[in-house]
Design a protein around this ligand. Structure first.
Ligand code: SF4
Ligand code: SF4
Length: 183
């Protein structure tokens, strides 16, 4: 029995995140004064070192990526979204912005395109959400299926880098060498 199933069977809390810390590295977290791409100082052994403690920010306690949300909900679609460590990306829906926001692991940047995520994002866009991709210091807002298809076909970030276009997120060049999000 895997660790998650054993824990579930014994009533212990299940760690669906496993050793993923992508959402502790890639986004900006204001309450921790943490810029994008800088690993949180509280990461310890590929987990949150202050889990369950009062100093853990509410923003962390409240957050669940779409993968984790689906697991916690336990519905029939819970196996559809790949684990972020396998997909090299995670996403969530931002209701206020009417957007689906995806953060890409720089170490596995193109992998999500080969997973179920590619079709899930297409479905969400067809429902009227726009897509925001944060990938290797770039922020792309995708509002049309045509542009989405272009992104699936080629590595747009490599293309922009080869052209010498400046990054949208300058912190990427400062912290990218220290990014080890995929524990
Ligand atoms: S990205 Fe998702 S699976 Fe990974 S640590 Fe965050 S909530 Fe857990
Ligand atoms: S406090 Fe814990 S959950 Fe929040 S970003 Fe840091 S390591 Fe992750």
């Amino acid at each position: 029995m895997g660790e998650a199933r054993r824990r579930k069977a014994s009533g212990e809390p299940v760690s669906w995140c496993r050793t993923c810390t992508l959402c502790c590295v890639l986004p900006e977290i204001l309450s921790l004064d943490k810029p994008m791409y800088k690993p949180c100082r509280h990461i310890a052994r590929s987990r949150c070192g202050i889990y369950g403690q009062p100093e853990r920010p509410d923003a962390c306690s409240a957050y669940a990526c779409a993968y984790l949300q689906a697991r916690m909900n336990g519905g029939s679609g819970r196996n559809r979204i790949p684990h972020p460590l396998e997909a090299g990306a995670y996403f969530h829906i931002d209701q206020q912005e009417n957007a689906v926001v995806m953060f890409v692991d720089p170490a596995k940047a193109e992998r999500w395109k080969t997973t179920q995520i590619a079709e899930i994002l297409r479905t969400l866009m067809a429902r009227g959400l726009h897509l925001v991709i944060l990938d290797r210091g770039r922020r792309m807002v995708v509002k049309s299926e045509f542009v989405y298809d272009e992104i699936l076909k080629r590595d747009m970030i490599a293309f922009a880098d080869a052209e010498g276009r400046p990054k949208d997120i300058a912190e990427y060049d400062i912290y990218a060498s220290g990014v080890q999000a995929s524990g």
